[in-house]
Design a protein around this ligand. Structure first.
Ligand code: GDP
Ligand code: MG
Length: 406
């Protein structure tokens, strides 16, 4: 009995010490990153192919902790018993599960697959480097004469492991050099659509195997940043076509590249026109209205939707401003500070992609885009699949395993 009490106390102490450390994957990352804005993440290794995923959820745990807190506040005597673990409602230690989840998640690490699309020279590689404060994306070099003549859209994937404050993230960046660079850009989005679908197909095949890998290697594109040139006009036909087609299968975040070339007023007008064009063409970009889970999330996402597309500036150079080192672009008339919200909206983009919506982007990819692909694919080819895998056709109907059927 004494032994059990001691153990209860021990858990309480442990929990008090770790108080705020139990928010699930995205929040862990958010907390870890926001604790130290200045410290650059470290690139530990990088390779050419993507691998594993570690996903956990903790939805049902928070209300439990809330109930305990309420009881403690409303009944002071009970509070004593709860803490000592002797009363009828003695402390069980359920909330320690949160620490277990955290430690497992940190051990497994995070994974994020990002795609960047836009014409050459719009600053894609520079922006990815600015986002992760390191050389994660290769800078474009001038194509040779032959390459520039015969160039088509080629996809290039590079993986890196970044570590910040003990949290590891495997970042996979897929670049699409050659997109929109031809004289005839008809169907230049096709290799990209094909690539996105191929990743879903690979995941689906692995999921359907009897002896499947655990965790299933996840190379699905979690987010596609689409770079719009800062023309100050409207969406071009290629932008409309790309976003229409890709917006249906992947989460797109459009950005205005090299926004330092527009004045603030031009930028606002351009953004407004882009929003109008997107609405007129039925283009849906991330975060989609239908996917908001609660009023709080809806409020936050509504603000994001109002300021999309983000007008961003990228750089990989640091400069001294008022004695502080800042990421910026030096011009003859001053320094454009990349992370200063008065100068550009890079910070908004970084917050969306890394600090607030990283886990949501992964969830939307799995629950919405992959799910659509899975259902469509299984419906369309259940006969092929069943013969390939030796499964009866009814198991694959509508993508569900309805075990009640004979
Ligand atoms: P990519 O071909 O789209 O990957 O473009 P890069 O990242 O290689 O950048 C092409 C050129 O644009 C480089 O000289 C960058 O220094 C420059 N650049 C990148 N971002 C910006 C920006 O936000 N503003 C301006 N003015 N130039 C930029
Ligand atoms: Mg590049």
């Amino acid at each position: 009995m004494e032994d059990r009490q001691d153990r209860g106390k021990c858990i309480i102490e442990q929990n008090q010490a770790q108080d705020n450390n139990s928010e699930g994957q995205a929040a862990v990352l958010k907390a870890e990153m926001s604790k130290n804005d200045e410290s650059s993440p470290q690139v530990l290794e990088h390779k050419e192919k993507a691998t594993d995923e570690g996903e956990t959820t903790e939805e049902t745990l928070q209300p439990e902790a809330g109930v305990k807190e309420e009881l403690c506040q409303s009944v002071p005597d009970l509070q004593k018993n709860l803490i000592s673990g002797t009363g009828l409602f003695g402390y069980v230690g359920i909330e320690a599960v949160l620490d277990q989840i955290k430690s497992k998640t940190v051990k497994a690490g995070f994974e994020f697959n990002l795609m960047v699309v836009g014409q050459s020279g719009l600053g894609k590689s520079t922006l990815v480097n600015t986002l992760f404060k390191s050389k994660v994306s290769r800078k474009s070099c001038m194509p040779s004469c032959e390459e520039s003549i015969f160039k088509t859209v080629k996809l290039r994937t590079i993986s890196h492991v970044i570590e910040e404050k003990g949290v590891r993230m495997k970042l996979t960046v897929t670049d699409t050099p050659g997109f929109g660079d031809q004289i005839n850009n008809n169907d230049c989005w096709e290799p990209i659509v094909k690539y996105v679908n191929q990743q879903y197909e690979q995941y689906l095949k692995e999921e359907l195997h009897v002896n499947r890998k655990r965790p299933i290697p996840d190379s699905r594109v979690h987010c596609c940043i689409y770079f719009l040139p800062a023309t100050g006009h409207r969406l071009r036909p290629i932008d409309t076509e790309f976003m229409k087609r890709l917006g249906a299968i992947v989460s797109i975040v459009p950005v205005i590249a090299k926004a330092d070339t527009l004045t603030i007023a031009e930028r606002e007008d351009f953004k407004e026109r882009i929003r109008q064009d997107m609405a007129a063409n039925g283009i849906s970009v991330y975060p989609q209205k239908g996917n908001d889970e609660d009023p709080e999330e809806c409020l936050l996402n509504e603000q994001i939707r109002k300021s999309i597309p983000f007008a961003v500036v990228g750089t990989d150079k640091e400069h001294q401003v008022n004695g502080n080192k800042v990421l910026g672009r030096k011009t003859n008339w001053g320094i454009i500070e990349v992370e200063n919200v008065a100068h550009c909206e890079f910070a908004n983009l970084r917050d969306l992609l890394i600090r607030s919506h990283l886990q949501d982007l992964k969830d939307v990819t799995h629950n919405v885009h992959y799910e659509n692909y899975r259902v469509g694919r299984l419906n369309e080819s259940n006969i092929n699949f069943s013969s390939e895998l030796g499964l009866p056709a009814w198991m694959l109907e509508n993508g569900h395993n309805d075990k009640s059927k004979p």
